[in-house]
Design a protein around this ligand. Structure first.
Ligand code: ATP
Ligand code: MG
Length: 569
């Protein structure tokens, strides 16, 4: 392609609302433009990258036997009412009515639509398993759209769904999909981690996310420095510490005055006890009412682990306005002894002897609590928030590292959640009707492009991995007015195209300095300069964007050598 014939509106300055590199550079390189919060137009250069990512995804989905479909983005409310998600999905679901006052939504995901298609057409175990995928626009009315197309409201997703006669079959497809995802992210030139994940609002049994590690990531990933263990911190397991208070003592519980001392730090300083001797009691509001979570004073509770243990739909720290309605609650002095709400204690709590906790009375705490003796009605579960340096929950030698990650892909075993609710049934070999077992598998296409930039950029611009770069090679004439230069670079350009290389010739009547700046900003992996000086020496100057390494092959062997360089990228 010729630069002069392409619409690449590059900008010198970053937009003021762009906080992360990918957002800045996608705007500055003329790849995307915003038309409303979280809603973007993709321009020609941006689309070239998105299409390359889509093609990699397509090849890998086809390879594992998934069939491509294209489902409607406008979906009737009835299907969502059947699955129960019309009520549950909340404000992220964009709802509207047609001229007949019938309710619709713009699809944020497609479980309902695909389940409806399959239940109408597939009736026998002989037609299973089957997997479908599509690459399509989703809309989610995100609370905080940001970071450009990384967290948009309208965005491109590859979503796939599989249907099975039994668990063993879904497990096999799940493993195939996981392998396909690994190949996709490798082929996209990304450093990624496959991590254990929460199943969130989609619900289900097995789930993994694929993350690219980057400081701008919105998730936290915990992984072992010695073994393969990696998990979203939302879910990461914790190994309880050995109890450090020694053997149980028979000290009785005593009430002590602690006026105005509410936080762990204040109580620990006031009573001269270590934070780890204090039982931290947090009250949560949930769809099952108020519940209390306990952990050691130097730890934090992970609300998602707590929610999963309880099996409730939602849960968050109870706001004071809710708690103030109950006169028995004294904020800052809540403790497990005598508390009337259900209590869930972290696995380290039972080992606490001579512990301190709130007395459920203003300005007072209890000392001498023996967890084994005094907290009998409590459920003991792993609800601690994992943190950097924790011992690995899976191996004996490693410790946990915590880094930020960008979630690019998410795979789930859904089980029968949708097939039961929507009656997607088949006849088994005994002629008995059974609900299908389902899996679902998503990748954000635009987010993958953005994450690649997060992982590979410098102060001058993007450094695309070759496989998803909008072009593989950019050719710059050092002097566009020089006939010999133009002739030589045209020849090289055509030779590269003839070899199947995706080349961009910057034929604009601009100064070389401008072209260099744009070339670096665009991040094309290989840059080739030809000018009067290189012609005199009979060479081309070839530079690798990511490393800055320069080579000067003879003009005659340049196409061959460029091909070889590309193969190393
Ligand atoms: P997140 O936790 O980031 O909101 P999610 O868990 O809601 O994502 P899924 O429902 O698993 O996302 O969707 C599959 C994939 O779609 C995600 O892994 C991500 O790559 C992409 N995706 C989800 N939401 C957005 C968004 N708002 N903008 C761009 N891509 C998105
Ligand atoms: Mg997810």
């Amino acid at each position: 392609m010729r630069f002069s014939q392409l619409f690449i509106p590059t900008l010198k300055d970053s937009p003021t609302d762009a906080d992360v590199a990918s957002h800045k550079y996608m705007i500055r390189a003329g790849m995307i433009r915003q038309i409303a919060a979280g809603i973007y137009s993709v321009l020609p250069l941006g689309l070239r990258t998105l299409r390359k990512i889509e093609n990699i995804i397509r090849e890998e989905m086809n390879r594992v036997g998934a069939q491509e479909v294209f489902l409607p983005s406008v979906q009737p409310a009835e299907l969502w009412k059947e699955s129960g998600r019309w009520e549950f999905y909340g404000k992220e679901l964009l709802r509207f009515k047609d001229r007949h006052e019938r309710e619709f939504c713009y699809g944020p995901t497609h479980e309902e639509v695909i389940t409806d298609m399959v239940r109408k057409e597939i009736k026998s175990y002989r037609q299973l398993p089957v997997a479908f995928y599509q690459i399509q626009t989703k809309f989610r009315d995100e609370v905080r759209p940001r970071f450009g197309i990384m967290r948009g409201r309208e965005f491109m997703m590859k979503d796939a769904y599989s249907f099975h006669a039994d668990e063993a079959s879904v497990d096999k497809t799940y493993d195939d999909m996981a392998a396909a995802y690994s190949r996709i992210f490798e082929r996209c030139g990304l450093e990624y981690k496959k991590v254990e994940a929460d199943t969130g609002s989609i619900g289900g049994a097995r789930s993994h996310e694929f993350h690219v590690l980057a400081d701008s990531g919105e998730d936290q990933i915990g992984f072992c420095d010695a073994c393969e263990y990696a998990s979203n911190i939302e879910l990461a397991e914790c190994r309880p510490d050995a109890p450090d208070n020694g053997a149980q003592t028979d000290t009785p519980i005593q009430e002590v005055e602690t006026p105005g001392k509410k936080s762990v730090e204040e109580v620990s300083a006031f009573l001269s006890v270590k934070p780890r001797q204090i039982i931290k009691t947090i009250l949560f509001e949930s769809d099952q009412g108020i519940i209390a979570g306990l952990c050691r004073g130097d730890r934090e509770i992970n609300p998602i682990k707590l929610k999963n243990h309880i099996g409730c739909e939602w849960l968050h720290p109870a706001p004071e306005a809710i708690l103030s309605k109950d006169e028995s609650i004294h904020c800052g002095y809540v403790g497990p002894v005598g508390l009337k709400y259900p209590i869930y204690a972290d696995l380290e709590v039972p080992g606490m002897a001579n512990a301190v906790a709130g007395a459920n009375k203003a300005d007072a705490h209890l000392t001498g609590i023996q967890a084994n003796r005094d907290l009998k009605a409590t459920q003991m579960v792993d609800i601690r928030l994992a943190k950097e340096g924790d011992p690995c929950p899976k191996c004996d030698s490693g410790s946990l590292k915590v880094k930020r990650g960008i979630e690019l892909g998410h795979i789930f075993v859904l089980g029968k959640k949708y097939s039961s609710a929507m009656k997607a049934q088949f006849l088994d070999p005994n002629g008995k009707e059974q609900a299908m077992v389902m899996g679902c598998y998503g990748i954000g296409v635009g987010r993958t492009a953005a994450a690649a930039i997060e992982q590979r950029h410098d102060e001058k611009g993007i450094c695309w991995p070759r496989s998803i770069a909008p072009f593989e090679v950019i050719l710059l004439p050092a002097n566009h007015k020089d006939d010999a230069t133009r002739e030589a670079i045209e020849k090289l350009y055509k030779d590269l195209l003839a070899q199947g290389i995706d080349a961009l010739l910057d034929d604009r009547p601009e100064r070389l300095g401008v072209k260099f700046k744009d070339s670096e900003l665009l991040g094309i992996p290989v840059q080739v300069v030809i000018g009067p000086k290189t012609l005199e020496a009979g060479v081309a100057e070839v530079k690798i964007r990511s490393t800055g390494a320069v080579s000067t092959p003879n003009l005659s062997s340049a196409p061959q050598q460029i091909q070889e360089i590309l193969q190393t990228l």
